[in-house]
Design a protein around this ligand. Structure first.
Ligand SMILES: CC(C)(COP(=O)(O)OP(=O)(O)OC[C@H]1O[C@@H](n2cnc3c(N)ncnc32)[C@H](O)[C@@H]1OP(=O)(O)O)[C@@H](O)C(=O)NCCC(=O)NCCS
Length: 273
């Protein structure tokens, strides 16, 4: 389901794009599968795509548009290996939007992923209900209907010279320890970025490992002209994904929402300081 060889137009049987579906949010529409994600062609060009799949035989590509290379060139495909826990599980891995029924399991995911009883689960719960210019984007990963991973994007701001720009922050991202290293985090990030892109959000910021996020659509934010909101964020950890709606004038200071400060979830504290 995550891999197709070609995507053809509705009326034109010639392939519009041939390649690999990198990931996607998959919904069942009648007997069809609607997959939103990216397609990578042989030249490693990537295209935003919505694919209506009727089995393996025929796919349609209603719209495909080039996305910024800076973002897409960095994305990588991670497919769970044959015989992995996910593949052996039956229903397999599903990435979908979070619902209220998932809240208890999402709390468990972050409690165990971060080894942290209250801070990260509390951050998630506060961000879900905070008043904000942009609604949160929240995806869960399930295996056999069990929630095993979660990612949240929430509203933050970029204080640009021209005006304040509504942007998103990716935090937190967590996968249950026994399900890590199977590509679930990668797929959650990709689904979240695709959703942000489809809502014309220009930028998604985060703090995290450049080794991990640098191959999943993010790049160093400082070098791109953005100012970090705290001296406690290591320079390399301050990262940004520039999406289709990004324009070069969008520089300036990234500003977290109040909830991040209230939960002391910005930067690293130095106990020796
Ligand atoms: C970070 C996390 C979400 C990754 O999820 P995942 O499903 O294991 O990630 P993937 O399977 O897509 O990718 C695994 C790869 O990321 C690497 N990786 C995982 N965490 C990493 C980190 N903190 N720094 C650098 N690399 C990391 C793994 O070594 C692995 O590399 P490999 O593919 O070369 O073997 C998961 O490890 C987790 O929940 N960690 C605890 C919470 C956390 O630190 N969240 C991120 C900060 S918000």
């Amino acid at each position: 389901m995550r891999r197709v060889l070609s995507a053809v137009g509705e009326r034109d049987p010639r392939p519009l794009v041939s390649g690999t579906v990198i990931f996607g949010r998959t919904d069942e529409v009648g007997d069809d599968l609607l997959l939103r994600g990216w397609i990578e062609d042989a030249g490693t060009n990537r295209y935003n795509a919505t694919v209506l799949g009727q089995g393996q035989a025929r796919t349609q590509l209603p719209r495909a548009r080039a996305a910024p290379r800076s973002t897409l060139a960095a994305m990588t495909s991670h497919v769970a290996p044959e015989g992995s826990r996910i593949a052996a599980g039956g229903a397999g891995l599903v990435i979908r939007q979070e619902t209220a029924d998932d809240h208890r399991e999402v709390r468990e995911v972050h409690t165990r992923a971060f080894g942290d009883g209250e801070r990260v689960p509390g951050l998630v719960e506060a961000l879900r209900v905070a008043e904000a210019a942009l609604a949160p984007i929240s995806f869960v990963a399930t295996v056999d209907d069990r929630v095993v991973g979660h990612v949240l994007l929430s509203a933050t701001r970029l204080d640009a010279p021209r005006r304040i720009v509504d942007v998103l922050s990716l935090s937190p991202l967590g996968v249950l320890p026994e399900f890590q290293r199977q590509g679930i985090g990668t797929q959650l990030i990709a689904s979240a970025l695709a959703a942000a892109d489809s809502q014309n959000v220009p930028l998604v910021f985060l703090e995290g490992s450049p080794r991990y996020y640098g191959t999943r659509g993010f790049e160093g934010a400082g070098a791109m002209g953005f100012r970090s909101p705290s001296l406690r964020i290591p320079e390399a950890a301050f990262q940004v994904a520039r999406l289709s709606a990004y324009e070069p004038w969008m520089t300036g200071s990234f500003v977290y929402s109040e909830v991040f400060w209230a939960f002391d979830c910005v930067g690293l504290r130095d106990p020796e300081a």
